[in-house]
Design a protein around this ligand. Structure first.
Ligand code: SF4
Length: 503
């Protein structure tokens, strides 16, 4: 057997063994409060750094009898063994099995760590037409072949990326999806779906494959969900959740927050219903002005973003539903994850985009190796500016620091990946600047008064330390994105922008 295949076989054996051990351990931990106390004691004993101690303290409170994490572990115990071992334990195994030597050498030689996740939209076809969906503007005739996707995942696994987030369009419209996941048992697949195609047959197959976690879109109530996704979708989504729960498949939810549905998606009723339906975790996204007829008025206002963040924290502190705020939890991740810092998005044409919401590219994975795409000047430029500001409650170069993405696109000659994508850096810029200023005014005091714990948490984060040493936000610094506005005070810029947009 050639050396490479032997190494792969060995790695696969190790992975299988580790995932089995973790799966068995999860079953034990979920069996009693005593076992959970044992887990806490073990984590506490091994914690050395201030960050690890914070994790140990959080875990202790989260899993205390009667606390949401206690129920969460018990629920994990009741998952079907396929889902528990191949998805949950697989996710944990991948985290621990990352080879630090390889990561370090990659960083040294190419200036990049392997991204935690690779997002792939093999096709933009969809069985629904949702309001504000970013996918609607792409050409939906073109799509990646099964070989293209295999090739991307093989290259990704080669550099240590083992989490694949499958998007679209509707990913289940792309037929080979579950077969591809099955051929990569050492990776895990998060499939962002509208849920309407998860019938009994598909649910059975998801269970059989095991390393797939459907993440189902829902907008709160029946009315809100159907207003965005179309009549009849709510019942189909509920039925899909029932099918997955009955089979013991782990699944998650995904909510898009607009200026009109915040109260609903953070309400106790909604959170309780999702727990009852069997969801384990969830993602909250902001409406982004990048889809069909982008509408800035649909973006949650600055105050609503704060309300959303507080609501999300409340849900995860009080219910066995681990929900994440894709923007506000920049406090946990050290800011923006895009451009390969933690993830990238590959669209249906093979264009490699910095983020699912940033539709610009300089490279295509069909003619450039994945690692070279990750090392493009465009991505390096974005990464050297991350995080774009010290306040990680407003981490985004698209909506919180809009001058930054505009500059990065222009100076690297990145091209829009679909018609109208450039509106984000042209016609929408004035409105986005007004928006970002309002967000700054609301979220800066919150950052200063309530988020001091992040300094301890992010102490080991190299990029955060670099930003602190550079003082200002990226959009104010001449060597980053600030050339066009240097010399003007914030007030002068705000007045100018307000005049431009007539507010
Ligand atoms: S570009 Fe914005 S939306 Fe994308 S990862 Fe960065 S902060 Fe999040």
């Amino acid at each position: 057997m050639p050396e490479r295949s032997m190494a792969q076989a060995r790695e696969r054996r190790d992975y299988e063994r580790t995932a089995s051990i973790i799966s068995a351990a999860l079953t034990v931990v979920g069996s009693s409060d005593l076992a959970m106390r044992g887990l806490n004691a073990a984590v506490k004993r091994t914690a050395k750094s201030p960050q690890q101690n914070m994790i140990a303290e959080w875990l202790k409170n989260y899993t205390a009898p009667g606390s949401p994490g206690n129920t969460m572990f018990k629920n994990i115990r009741h998952l079907h063994p396929n889902s528990r071992k191949r998805f949950v334990a697989g996710m944990i195994a991948n985290f621990f099995m990352r080879d630090p030597e390889y990561t370090e050498s990659l960083l040294e030689q190419r200036g990049i760590s392997s991204p935690t996740a690779i997002l792939i939209s093999p096709s933009m076809r969809c069985n629904l037409r949702c309001v504000g969906c970013y996918a609607s503007e792409y050409d939906n005739e073109e799509e990646l072949t099964e070989d293209d996707v295999e090739n991307i995942i093989n290259q990704g696994e080669e550099i240590g990326s083992r989490v694949y987030v499958m998007l679209g369009g509707e990913p289940f419209v792309w037929q080979p999806l579950l077969d591809v996941a099955e051929r990569h048992p050492q990776s895990v697949f998060l499939v962002f779906t509208n849920g309407t195609m998860i019938n009994d047959r598909t649910a059975d197959r998801i269970l059989e494959v095991g390393n797939v976690c459907p993440t189902i879109s829902i907008e709160g109530s029946r009315e809100a969900t159907e207003a965005r996704r179309g009549k009849g979708t709510y019942d189909r989504v509920m039925a899909a959740m029932d099918r997955l729960r009955e089979r013991g498949v782990m699944f998650a939810i995904s909510c898009t927050a607009t200026s009109q549905n915040i109260d609903e998606i953070i309400s106790d009723e909604f959170a309780d219903l999702m727990v009852e339906k069997g969801a384990f975790y969830g993602w909250y996204f902001l409406y982004m002005p990048v889809g069909r007829d982008p509408d800035l008025s649909l973006m949650p206002s600055a105050e609503q973003r704060l309300q959303l963040h507080r609501g999300i924290v409340n849900i995860r502190n009080t219910r066995p539903l681990l929900v994440a705020d894709f923007w506000g939890d920049g406090t946990l991740t050290g800011g923006c994850l895009s451009a390969g810092r933690k993830y990238i998005h590959i669209n249906n044409k093979g264009d490699v985009e910095p983020c699912i919401f940033a539709h610009f590219a300089t490279d295509n994975v069909k003619d450039t190796p994945l690692l070279d795409c990750l090392c493009s000047d465009f991505f390096k430029d974005i990464r050297r500016m991350q995080p774009f500001g010290k306040n990680l409650l407003r981490p985004c170069p698209l909506i919180d620091h809009p001058a930054v993405m505009k500059k990065a696109v222009e100076r690297n000659n990145a091209r829009p990946t679909h018609d109208d994508a450039e509106s984000l850096i042209t016609t929408l810029q004035p409105g986005l600047r007004v928006y970002s200023k309002a967000v700054r005014d609301v979220l800066n005091p919150v950052w200063q008064n309530e988020m001091s714990w992040t300094h301890t948490w992010l102490e080991p984060d190299f990029e955060y330390g670099r930003r602190l040493s550079r003082q200002g936000d990226a959009d104010d610094l001449p060597d980053e994105a600030g050339e066009e506005i240097s010399g003007e005070t914030d007030e002068e810029i705000d007045d100018k922008v307000a005049q431009e947009v007539g507010v």
